[in-house]
Design a protein around this ligand. Structure first.
Ligand code: F6P
Length: 346
């Protein structure tokens, strides 16, 4: 068999581990693998790259993706999907493994309906794909954010400041909730629950009235203010056009929040945006293992002809779930876990 593999959307730690797993497993099944460069762009405008054991040697622990990524949407232009299907034939590919998040795998689900023999592998630091308990990349992002919060703690304490730490996650608060719990945040704000500024300031004031002289607030980039806070209840955006999947570029809520907290509480407040640092660097052992399990399982799915599905983690088992199901709705934060985080607020 000749299998194509692509990585689409925002990169994340563990992509190389997944590519390596696909290539090594394919080798044992006497299949060849070619990398399609830069996500779906690699199927619309192919310059494929042969991937063998030598090519994937030494990449397990390296961040990013050796085959590149992009936010190219094959459905953006008329004729795009047909071109993708035609190029698959021209390249002589029997199947495709698409490693991506909701956008890349959403496109894979639609292309499968049009006849593309595709299997999905879930990756994203945001952990917002349905059907899987975790995506790879998330654990590394949480570890990086937690390390940053630990560092911010010491400077916050030395200066008696409120520090607002903005983490990624797009429209869900998984990174905020997990890194906030792990980093001992005093308030965690997520897109799933609109920010009530009165409540946030009360929590900080209560904490300081108990003798604490600093506070750590973790806010997800996609969090929004409730309208009664005086703000407009809209997303805080960086100035940028939408990407090909229609996403705005989020960022900047920590600055707005820090200003508002300082004004109301009179405590000196600073903000930090962790940004793409959360997506870079070496994957954690957990992400290396998860990406490897997904890569091996997806390759087996291809050989079983189990197309239109995604490798997923459910409990501690890897299972196959329909791509259409996994990409139908965003997986928002488990309110049970957020409830645990709340126990430590203020
Ligand atoms: O989906 C991953 C992610 O890092 C989001 O958390 C973030 O909003 C977005 O990608 C940033 O995208 P870009 O790399 O295009 O700035």
């Amino acid at each position: 068999m000749k299998i194509g593999v692509l990585t689409g959307g925002g990169d994340c730690p563990g992509l190389n581990a997944a590519i390596r797993a696909v290539v090594r497993k394919s080798d044992t099944l006497s299949s060849r693998v070619v990398g399609l460069r830069n996500g779906w762009k690699g199927l619309l405008d192919p310059s494929p790259m042969d991937l063998d054991g030598k090519m994937v040697s030494g990449i397990l622990h390296i961040g990013g993706t050796i085959i590149g990524t992009s936010r190219t949407n094959p459905f953006k232009d008329p004729g795009g999907p047909e071109k993708a299907l035609k190029n698959l034939r021209i390249l002589g590919l029997d199947a495709l493994i698409a490693i991506g998040g909701e956008d890349t795998l959403g496109a894979a689900a639609k292309l499968y309906e049009m006849g593309l023999p595709v299997v999905g592998v879930p990756k994203t630091i945001d952990n917002d794909l349905s059907g899987t308990d975790f995506t790879f990349g998330f654990d590394t992002a949480v570890s990086t954010a937690t390390d940053a919060i630990d560092r911010i703690h010491t400077t916050a304490e030395s200066h008696n400041r409120v520090m607002v730490v903005e983490v990624m996650g797009r429209h869900v608060g998984w990174i905020a909730t997990y890194s906030g719990i792990a980093g001992g945040a005093d308030v965690i704000l997520v897109p799933e629950i609109p920010i009530d500024l009165d409540e946030v300031c009360d929590l900080i004031l209560r904490r300081h009235s108990r003798g604490k002289s600093f506070s750590i607030v973790v806010v997800a980039e996609g969090a929004q203010f409730v309208e009664k806070a005086g703000a407009d209840g809209e997303l805080v955006l960086q100035e940028a056009p939408k990407d090909e999947f229609g996403h705005v570029r989020l960022g900047g809520i920590s600055q707005v929040l820090a200003k508002a907290i300082e004004k109301r509480t009179k405590f000196e407040t600073r903000y930090v945006v962790l940004g793409h640092i959360q997506r870079g660097g070496s994957p954690t052992a957990h992400d290396r293992v998860l990406a490897t399990r997904f890569g091996v399982f997806a390759t087996e799915m291809v050989h079983r002809g189990e197309f239109g599905k995604m490798a997923a983690l459910q409990g501690n088992r890897i299972v196959a779930v329909p791509l259409a199901e996994a990409t139908a709705t965003l997986k928002t934060v488990d309110m049970g876990i957020y409830g645990i985080a709340k126990e430590f607020f203020g």
